[in-house]
Design a protein around this ligand. Structure first.
Ligand SMILES: [Zn+2]
Ligand SMILES: [Zn+2]
Length: 768
């Protein structure tokens, strides 16, 4: 299995990928078949696995959101239109199918069209974030549309929130409903509610001035409202006739503040796709907001929490350097960090850690990526080391070090598109260099066969194939391209004067230097030393000497020509590089982002409190541990359980199979007033007299016998403890099979209240 997976990780061709998908599908099918067979053989109430495997997006939407038959409609529409217009076409087509347009129909249409707006259509926003819509009355007697948002919308993404509002307006117009006309009191209620929420519950992503909120509310074509999310009443405007709750409507507030207003640009983008008019006023909001933002001071250090370190501040040299791209471990909202950086930060950042950043979005989760620029540290003796292998990492971890450079943060281009931000200029990197070199070589064709072979090799794997320094200098010399980034200093904040200082030191120290361990050992000069440090050039400090790797000596000689007698102290760095070496300057650090540790992520088995192995009641007999084994040792216990009856022999029981004849039993109910008995009744009330039917009864259960039988059936050793529940909370009081609990207890697994075993995983987007 492991071997297979790692083979798959390397798979890059479509053929290999399709094999991978086939493999997953066939294994899933095997597991389903096995589970269904076990269910059939053990007489489980349902002999197959109920959870069906949806085949595509359309089917998933039908299963999760409905209505029935929508899957084939979605597939038809997708053949005729683009994905981004699909939600609107779907709303249109669906609405025509309803004879009567009422709240339920509109609500269903809104939910399903929102679901297809954000593939892969598995978020909770459509199903749990929106409770429904209502047609309500304006004061002039016309109808308007109100959308009710619930708490879960707060965790939805920007597209979903913005999309919900635009879709609602779209549907409103299709249904011929008028615009919402808020009363003055309703506007003031919103402003008051936002204020109370900020003070008592939590922050919003955007700080919006009151006048913008009012401007928006007076123009919004639909009412954004919702259910109470926090038991905090607003001090004023709490008894408005059209606002159902005096408490904070957290979902609605977030949609208004962070969705419509904060993500105004996103809303406008969706409005444009939909072809709706009447939203022009929002352009003004977007402009006003970016104005407010740019005048406001943003240090990236707002609401820093103790224990969650700040790792990089904005624009800081040596912070996380922006690198664009994607690794197999990163995708939307995932940020690649070098694994050695994680280690050097003493694991304050690990795979799955939430990071709060200022670019391109608000945050993401950290995942390790080893092919990006690694960190650089300085030791107590002044030695500077690029931590690019395990030995160096081990050496750093043994000593005291300070991080000079965090290394790269890998940001996917898709995140920049999604967040609608301008690309920040990146620092020079391998994939950039190879493009420049190939382009120049195709124009000039000056390289020798050997150097061309090098280019070809690097082109195939620019992250791992690094040319020797001689080859790198030759290629740059012949083509005039910048030096390969591995031999380029981080010279972004250096001056001509400092370069001149460094040149003079090299010119005087190199002739007197001696070689040792692949390094050149040069006389110590405090100023030159600090310039090397400032450019993150690796060097050792030993016995008051500076040891420089030979490749650095060669590239510094190539770039700065210390033995040419000129004074470059008045030149800018790009000028002097070009005049001395004939190559061009590129920023090496480029742009950095601010980053700090956000909410810590955790992964683990989800348990009930206290934890439970099996949903089987023990009453008071199990003691405080609710241990079924303890309870079984005492005597028979009286438990409130489901009523079942054997259809063959008439035996009344709670078990799925009759103890006497082994046949399956059926659920029954009894009328406490007239005494009538029903087998698997559909109704809640007695058809004869109207009294509520009784479906459970108190039964004497011989736990010892039951437990021992189950144990024998499974050939399992007895678990040390088998935790049940005090009483069943489900309506029919149907317990789980005790055997399941025995198996779980022996495997260290616990059950969740819906009968599933759950594992909360870190939300990391892994691709192949
Ligand atoms: Zn029977
Ligand atoms: Zn009755």
């Amino acid at each position: 299995m492991d071997n297979h997976i790692s083979a798959v990780m390397r798979a890059s061709t479509p053929l290999e990928l399709s094999k991978y998908y086939e493999y997953i599908t066939s294994r899933v099918k095997e597991e389903y078949e096995l589970a269904s067979r076990v269910r059939a053989e053990t007489g489980s109430p349902v002999p197959v696995v109920e959870v069906s495997l949806p085949s595509d997006m359309a089917e998933r939407v039908e299963v999760l959101v409905g209505p029935r038959g929508v899957a084939s409609l979605i597939r038809d529409l997708l053949e005729k239109c683009d994905e981004d217009i699909l939600p609107f076409r779907l709303a249109e087509t669906l609405l025509k199918r309803y004879d009567r347009i009422n709240d339920d129909a509109l609500s269903q249409v809104l939910k399903v069209s929102l679901a297809v707006m954000t593939p892969p259509c598995i978020t909770a926003a459509p199903t749990e974030g929106i409770t429904g819509v209502k047609i309500k009355k304006n004061n002039d007697g016309s109808n308007y549309l109100a959308v009710y948002f619930a708490g879960p919308i707060r965790s939805a993404g920007g597209t979903e929130i913005a999309g919900a509002v635009v879709l609602a307006d779209y549907i409103r117009r299709l249904a011929g409903i008028s615009k919402y006309q808020p009363t003055d009191q309703e506007v003031r209620r919103y402003i008051e509610e936002l204020r109370v929420y900020r003070r008592k519950v939590g922050r919003f992503q955007y700080n919006v001035p009151d006048e913008i909120v009012e401007f928006v509310l007076r123009r919004l074509p639909i009412e954004i409202t919702g259910v109470a999310t926090d038991p905090i009443p607003v001090p004023a405007y709490k008894d408005l006739p059209r606002v159902e709750t005096p408490y904070l409507r957290g979902g609605a507030l977030r949609v208004l503040n962070d969705g419509v207003i904060g993500r105004a640009k996103k809303v406008l983008k969706i409005v444009k796709v939909s072809g709706l008019d009447g939203w022009e006023w929002l352009e003004e909001v977007a402009a006003k907001l970016s104005e407010a933002k740019s005048t406001g001071k943003n240090t990236g250090l707002d609401d820093v929490v103790g224990g969650r370190p700040v790792l990089s501040t904005p624009g800081r040299f040596g912070g996380f350097r922006i690198r664009y791209g994607r690794a197999p471990t990163t995708s939307m909202a995932a940020l690649g960090i070098h694994p050695y950086t994680m280690r050097l930060m003493e694991n304050f950042v690990v795979a799955g850690t939430q990071l709060r950043i200022d670019y391109p979005g608000k945050g993401g989760i950290a995942v390790p990526v080893s092919s990006i620029e690694p960190p650089v540290v300085i030791f107590r003796d002044g030695s500077v080391m690029r931590i690019d292998n395990e030995e160096k990492l081990a050496e750093a971890e043994r000593s005291e070090y300070k991080i000079l450079f965090n290394g790269d943060i890998l940001i996917s281009f898709g995140d920049c598109v999604e967040n609608n931000v301008k690309l920040q200029p990146p620092g020079y990197c391998e994939e950039w260099w190879i493009q420049e070199a190939l382009l120049e070589e195709s124009r000039k064709g000056r390289l020798s066969d050997e150097d061309r072979r090098w280019l070809e090799k690097i082109r195939r794997d620019p992250y791992r194939i690094i040319p020797p320094v001689e080859v790198a200098c030759r290629i740059s010399h012949k083509l005039g391209v910048p030096i390969h980034p591995r031999f380029m200093p981080f010279w972004d904040r250096i001056s001509g004067r400092e370069i001149e200082r460094l040149r003079r030191w090299l010119a005087s120290a190199i002739p007197k230097a001696r070689k040792g361990w692949g390094m050149l050992i040069l006389d110590y000069d405090p100023e030159a030393k600090s310039i090397l440090e400032k450019m993150l050039i690796e060097h050792l400090v030993l016995d008051h000497k500076i040891a420089l790797d030979l490749h650095w000596v060669k590239s510094l000689n190539f770039l700065f020509r210390p033995f040419i007698r000129v004074d470059v102290s008045k030149s800018s760095v790009p000028e002097l590089i070009s005049s001395l070496s004939g190559t061009s300057f590129r920023p090496r650090m480029g742009s950095t982002v601010s980053a700090r540790v956000g909410r810590p992520e955790k992964a683990g088995q989800r348990r009930m409190k206290p934890p439970v192995h099996v949903l089987f009641p023990v009453g008071m007999a199990g003691g405080p541990q609710r241990d079924i084994i303890t309870a079984a040792n005492t005597r028979s216990v009286v438990l409130e359980l489901v009523r079942r009856v054997c259809l063959t022999c008439g035996e009344k029981t709670w078990m799925n199979r009759c103890k006497h004849c082994g046949k399956p039993t059926a659920m029954m109910a009894e009328c406490p007033r007239c005494g009538a008995e029903y087998i698997e009744p559909e109704q809640e009330k007695c058809p004869r007299c109207g009294e509520e039917l009784k479906r459970t009864w108190k039964q004497l259960v011989n736990l010892k016998e039951l437990y021992e039988n189950e144990l024998m059936k499974a050939y399992e050793p007895p678990p040390r403890v088998l935790k049940g529940v005090r009483a069943l909370t489900n309506k029919s009081k149907q317990p789980e099979e005790l055997l399941k609990g025995i198996l779980r207890a022996n495997l260290g697994l616990y059950v969740y209240k819906d009968g599933t075993i759950r594992f909360d995983a870190v939300n990391a987007p892994l691709t192949h």
